[in-house]
Ligand binder design. Structure first.
Ligand SMILES: Nc1ncnc2c1ncn2[C@@H]1O[C@H](COP(=O)(O)OP(=O)(O)OP(=O)(O)O)[C@@H](O)[C@H]1O
Length: 257
């Protein structure tokens, strides 16, 4: 059991996915996905490239429509929502891109303030500044407020990307390969940040990764995707206890190489 597992509320499901199918022409990408994300939980989705992890995330935030099945996010069936309701739902679901997607010409402070200025026009300058300060402190980079993205390391950019997502106080966080391209020490710091975000901001998260250390550190549960289905779901130890087939390949590649 993880120390932070006590925060998981198994009576409240924030994302409920049932019998989800998605094909592109003859390419059957998602072939019957079921998933519950509980309040306060971090679920890691592991899978080889091209197994459909990004397609799953896009359906969750309504960027793609499924062929069959249901995706319920915070009580709403995503594919049934009108545009305005979908936009409102997206404000409650923070999506942290693989590339940090920061605006190069804006300082860190301006990058963080931008989503607030755009989505929450009632905020005063002072409130915006305070919110930016709180988030910068939470992500451990209070001194970068006046820096440009080009002056930051890869790990710092990822943190700021997460901070920019947090600024709107989402209930759910979706992380797309948060540790990709980072050295092991910076990856470990990012794992700690993902756990800290959950504890401090009460978020529930889906984390897409190939990185088993990340999965082990941050995941209350791990779901292994292969050919559009989850072939194993459970705690990291449950999933990797019996190492056969794809699970073995993943384990060997990450830990024995
Ligand atoms: N809009 C689209 N049109 C056609 N095919 C698509 C589209 N989006 C995704 N695919 C296909 O769906 C499959 C799954 O893609 P997806 O990006 O979800 O993989 P992934 O598991 O996220 O991979 P990676 O780990 O490399 O990011 C791929 O074969 C991809 O080519």
């Amino acid at each position: 059991m993880k120390e932070n597992n006590h925060q998981v509320d198994r009576n409240t499901t924030v994302i409920k996915i049932r019998e989800l199918y998605k094909s592109f022409g003859e390419k059957h990408v998602l072939q019957g996905i079921d998933l519950d994300l509980y309040k306060g939980e971090n679920v890691v989705v592991l899978g080889r490239s091209g197994t459909g992890k990004s397609v799953l995330i896009k359906i969750i935030i309504g960027l793609l429509k499924q062929d069959a099945g249901t995706v319920n996010v915070l009580g709403e069936d995503v594919d049934q929502l009108k545009d305005a309701d979908l936009r409102a739902l997206r404000l409650k679901v923070g999506f942290s891109f693989q590339s940090s997607a920061l605006y190069d010409s804006m300082t860190v402070g301006e990058n963080l303030a931008f989503p607030l200025q755009r989505n929450n026009r009632s905020f005063t300058k002072d409130q915006i500044r305070k919110t930016v300060d709180i988030v910068l402190e939470a992500i451990g980079l209070p001194d970068t407020i006046n820096q440009l993205p080009s002056e930051l390391s890869g790990g710092q950019k990822k943190r700021i990307g997460i901070g920019r997502t947090l600024i709107l106080r989402p209930e759910i966080m979706l992380y797309d390969e948060p540790t990709a391209g980072l050295d092991p020490i910076t990856s470990m710091e990012l794992n700690k940040l993902i756990i800290a975000v959950k504890e401090r901001f009460n978020t529930s998260s889906i984390i897409i990764t190939h990185d088993l250390t990340c999965a082990k550190e941050v995941g209350d549960r791990v779901a292994v995707m292969d050919e559009g289905k989850f072939i194993q779901t459970g705690t990291f130890d449950e999933v990797f206890n019996e190492k056969t087939g794809l699970i073995k390949s993943f384990y060997d590649y990450n830990f024995i190489q």
